[in-house]
Write a protein of this length. Structure first.
Length: 413
């Protein structure tokens, strides 16, 4: 019997019982949709983490103060990490002069400040930085210029603002040359950063004001940044290959500057963005595999449902099978027909599940505000696995149908 005729018989049998066919395929539909959505969620989360860390800057090491200490001896009390003031300008100069392979070293202090200009008010993040901050953080001036080393050293009252600050205070007007009051201290706007948009955690990266370190530290942050202390040091390596070595050298230099004895804990922290990215991606990848594996269980449940219905179909159509074998159909023809029915049910379920999975992945991505990352292999893999489920779980019912004795089958009521 020709394959086309067998396919026609299989299709006719499925169409003859539409409701049963739909319910039979439902398990495969749910399984495929769940696998596609779970995989998309995992990949979307990976991209979100990657873009967040990349937004901080490439080849970057972030040095921050360690936990502050108070008391002595057995009464030593440690506060939260980052609460101390263990970093200062001397540390910055030591790193710059003693560590090789650096693209930039940029100290920073930061705080929140109320801004006022031309009758408008806005609360924003204010950061005191040096010109190297643009290099370290991969920032670009979109309009105007960045303050230079002389202006930074003299603590000139000039600022570079983000596009959100410019829009909130001046609308569509050109802010270059305008006066901006930061906590009643007047500054001149000399530049506007190119927009970077929202970070993956919802923070507006354009809602920022950058001023010279000395000016912000002495006039804006005030007593919260005593003397020459800095809150963060951004250390940018020239290449990704030297990042680990630069981190190790930076740690050694700071331990020597702070006179930390061997075996004692550091009073600072160094964070390698590349290492954080790799660890985050590995954790998310493991979580994604776990989610996909759990979702794949429903595919197996769907396969069991197909096997159950196909066994029922063999019982219901025993006389039909006996009649067809009596008029010349071979056992291989019966086997192929029932196998095609099983595969067709799984394939249709896989197609529907793939469509629902893609729509669900896009919807979840919009709700979670991350990229709808649907891998290119999702479609072929889902459909291929659906066919495999149909073939495996339809094998036994097909074999039972093919093994029926024609005479006994014709006698069946």
């Amino acid at each position: 019997m020709r394959f086309v005729e067998l396919l026609r018989f299989a299709t006719g049998a499925i169409i003859a019982h539409p409701m049963r066919s739909v319910l039979t395929s439902l398990g495969v539909v749910i399984g495929v949709a769940a696998v596609v959505m779970m995989t998309s969620i995992g990949l979307g989360a990976q991209q979100r983490v990657t873009s967040t860390i990349a937004g901080l800057g490439s080849n970057l090491i972030i040095v921050s103060p360690g936990a502050s200490r108070s008391g002595g001896g057995s009464s030593l009390v440690m506060a939260a990490a980052g609460s101390g003031q263990s970093l200062n300008d001397r540390d910055v100069e030591a790193i710059r002069s003693q560590v090789d392979g650096l693209a930039a070293v940029a100290p920073s202090v930061r705080g929140q400040a109320q801004l006022a200009a031309d009758g408008a008010n806005w609360n924003s993040r204010i950061e005191g930085v040096t010109p190297d901050y643009l290099i370290a953080r991969d920032l670009v001036i979109g309009q105007g210029r960045m303050f230079d080393e002389r202006e930074a050293r003299q603590g000139r009252k000039v600022v570079v603002i983000g596009t959100t600050v410019a829009r909130e205070l001046w609308g569509d007007a050109d802010p270059i040359g305008k006066r901006l009051r930061v906590r009643a201290v007047p500054f001149e706007v000399i530049g506007v950063l190119e927009s970077k948009g929202q970070s993956s955690f919802g923070q507006d990266q354009d809602d920022v004001v950058l001023g010279p370190l000395e000016a912000v530290r002495s006039r804006i942050i005030g007593r919260r940044a005593r003397g020459d202390t800095v809150q963060t040091i951004y250390v940018k390596s020239e290449t990704a290959e030297t990042l680990d070595r630069v981190q190790e050298d930076t740690t050694n230099v700071l331990r020597e500057e702070h006179k930390i004895r061997p075996g004692d804990d550091d009073d600072f922290q160094t964070q390698n963005m590349a290492s954080i990215l790799q660890a985050s991606q590995a954790a998310i990848a493991t979580f994604t595999v776990l989610l996909a594996a759990v979702a794949a269980v429903s595919l197996l449940v769907g396969g069991v449902g197909i096997m159950n219905i196909m066994l029922v179909a063999v019982t219901e159509r025993t006389r039909e099978i006996g009649l067809r074998m009596a008029v010349g159909a071979r056992r291989s023809d019966i086997l192929t027909q029932f196998a095609l029915e099983s595969i067709a049910l799984s394939l249709v379920g896989g197609l529907i599940g793939l469509g629902l999975g893609v729509l669900g992945a896009i919807g979840i991505a919009k709700l979670g505000q991350w990229p709808a990352a649907i891998p290119a292999w999702a479609g072929p893999t889902a459909l291929g696995f659906s066919c495999l489920v149909g073939l495996v779980f339809g094998a036994y019912p097909s074999w039972r149908a093919a093994r029926l004795d024609p005479i006994e089958a014709l006698r069946r009521e």
